[in-house]
Design a binder for this molecule. Structure first.
Ligand code: SIN
Ligand code: CO
Length: 387
């Protein structure tokens, strides 16, 4: 639970509206990783990492992309650099548990957890993000300055590989200590500077662009449209202007485009697949082949089932007799009698045996949980959470 956060008040008055500072959101917070561990991760091929540093050269800001050699960390100066590591929730269950503290926002809106480690004076510069973010101070202190004023297009430093605001004037500022958290809606300019060696975790949210939504929907639909369905105009009348594209022709074309959107179930199924198909994470799945009896006894022995952070799952239940489950871009249809299992699987990332003992008495429910496990969408765990 997040301390000092009234969720209904937050959603009504702050979410996507205005910044909020939440003091002691996670009282006595202790980072599950050390600075050395972050540096170690930055040397790994499978991790997205960056170092941003500020110095007196002409371009002032430098961006280096990982993976880094270990030696890079011995040549860094005492001040003015930041190490950023993306997607930590996929590596450490502790971070996945932390991300699930934000489950008052639909899970498909949640992106990932990024850590930044800053030396004194370290910063990524004043900038805007296209998405909402919670910035949790995990260790040490950092000064955050923000401005809600619109930033002019020409107020960004030119010829550098980073989008940094040239003239930034802070309207509000706070010093954040471990456990404090700042919420920023998309497009609020912000500038965080490490006062001492410090660590910040960013919980970022996804906001698909209209362009991505529209092009994905069209790509998804076109494969099902037969080539024989073509523009036709049996009502054609004699026209004095053969060079004109008539309003009737435009109406015809608009009708063709709109006809693809009339069937709500097409929109539902495409969106379920689209929004759960993220970062090609299926490669990480480990398939199994337990029978339902074997599965049940393993579940009992371990105590918990955990949905790995690489498995994104959402459901749609407004269908008459079926519940639709979307997992990493795949689509499954189940009868409504397994609705409870589908909801549990999508709403929670950890399922406890003691809470589900009655549920799994029903063979359909047990079979579905076992199927999800065998497909690699669940793993056994002996702990509820790692916080
Ligand atoms: C940081 O933690 O240094 C950067 C995070 C952000 O500005 O979104
Ligand atoms: Co930012």
């Amino acid at each position: 639970m997040i301390n000092n956060l009234d969720i209904s008040d937050f959603l009504k008055n702050y979410w996507q509206k205005k910044p909020l500072i939440i003091r002691s959101a996670f009282p006595c917070y202790q980072s599950p990783v050390s600075a050395d561990e972050l540096a170690g991760l930055a040397c790994e091929e499978f991790i997205e990492s960056r170092i941003i540093s500020e110095n007196n050269t002409e371009t002032k800001w430098q961006l280096e992309k990982g993976p880094f050699n270990e030696s890079r960390f011995t040549t860094l100066p005492e001040t003015n650099w930041t190490l950023l590591i993306q997607g930590l929730n996929k590596i450490f269950p502790e971070f996945d548990d932390l991300l699930h503290q934000f489950n008052f926002i639909p899970s498909w809106r949640v992106d990932d957890l990024m850590a930044s480690y800053a030396a004194p004076g370290g910063s990524v510069g004043p900038h805007l993000d296209q998405y909402d973010v919670f910035l949790l101070q995990a260790q040490g202190t950092r000064k955050w300055m923000i401005s809600e004023q619109a930033i002019e297009k020409d107020n960004f430093i030119e010829n550098i590989p980073l989008k940094i605001i040239k003239d930034f004037t802070a309207e509000s500022e706070w010093i954040l200590e471990a456990g404090d958290m700042l919420y920023l809606p998309a497009n609020v300019a912000h500038y965080g500077i490490g006062i001492e060696n410090c660590m910040t975790f960013s919980v970022g949210f996804r906001a698909p662009s209209y362009a991505d939504l529209i092009s994905s929907f069209i790509d998804d639909q076109v494969t099902d449209i037969p080539d024989t369905m073509r523009y036709h105009d049996p009502e054609l009348s004699a026209d004095a202007n053969p060079g004109e594209i008539t309003p009737a022709a435009i109406n015809n074309v608009q009708e063709i485009l709109l006809s693809q959107l009339k069937d709500k179930s097409k929109v539902e199924d495409w969106f379920g697949r689209f929004i759960t198909d993220y970062l090609n994470d299926n490669a990480y799945l480990e398939e199994n082949s337990l029978s339902t009896n074997e599965f049940l006894s393993e579940f009992k022995i371990n105590g918990y089932l955990r949905r790995p952070a690489t498995v994104r799952a959402n459901y749609l239940s407004n269908k008459n007799h079926t519940i639709h489950l979307y997992i990493n871009g795949a689509q499954f249809k189940y009868r409504k009698n397994t609705e409870q299992v589908v909801k549990l699987f999508c709403n929670q990332h950890v399922i406890g045996f003691t809470n589900t003992e009655a549920l799994v008495q029903e063979p359909n429910n047990l079979a579905l949980l076992c199927e999800l496990y065998n497909r690699g969408y669940l793993e056994f765990s002996d702990e509820q959470n790692k916080n």
